[in-house]
Ligand binder design. Sequence first.
Ligand SMILES: Nc1ncnc2c1ncn2[C@@H]1O[C@H](COP(=O)(O)OP(=O)(O)OP(=O)(O)O)[C@@H](O)[C@H]1O
Ligand SMILES: [Mg+2]
Length: 243
Amino acid sequence: MSEILSVKELCKENILRDVSFTVEEGEMVAVMGPSGSGKSTLLYLVSGMERASSGEIRFGDTEICSMSDEALARLRLSETGFVFQQMNMFSNLDLFDNILFPAVQLKKGRTERKEAGRRAQALMEKLSIGNLGARRITEVSGGQLQRACICRSMMNRPKILFADEPTGALNQGAAAEVMEELERIHREGTTILMVTHDCKVACRCSRILYLLDGKIEGELKLLGLSARERENRAGAWLAGMGW
Ligand SMILES: Nc1ncnc2c1ncn2[C@@H]1O[C@H](COP(=O)(O)OP(=O)(O)OP(=O)(O)O)[C@@H](O)[C@H]1O
Ligand SMILES: [Mg+2]
């Protein structure tokens, strides 16, 4: 396996301090930590949405901190997907056009646009919202809206998907459905870096990073363990972290 994301001594004002970690291609990694510890900020930085104060971030061989805004925006659109904690959908567009939006931003030709439309519809069918394309974002449930956000994040076939509390606003049933979709996307080959407050969600990842006061306090590897072992180990480890 090769490194898809490499972060070295990353700092952001007084929010993040000397954060270093790597993510291998094909991993699904969880970031946990108390509210305000810097989890969302970390995702914004490593996904290239916000600029770091200092440090190094690499997507494969590409160092992104020194890139121009334009080049970075393009790389972000074509290589990464983002599922936001606050969902961030356009209220003036229907669900279908929200999902299509990242493809439109890439400004592809007419044939590619048509293809993108078919892909948006296919993604929606896969996530069981195929019949909701014409609905406004206020006309669907929270779980349906979060699944639409996942469709949007997958629109440009990202190599790495960043997800900030993708199940945070959902009830248990809807959260389980969203988690199943993310696991399927992961099985199909997308690397995932996900923030979560939910130990059950984190247990399904290959690794958990624990952030405290803007620093990585610890890392737990869960790869190769049974579901029960993961839950036991993660539970004990998180308790030790003061979770
Ligand atoms: N744009 C900003 N400008 C200044 N401070 C900010 C900004 N965004 C976040 N912060 C501060 O940085 C700290 C970390 O915020 P962040 O949103 O990354 O935390 P979090 O771990 O994601 O929390 P939560 O679990 O509540 O989502 C907080 O103290 C927050 O107030
Ligand atoms: Mg957050």
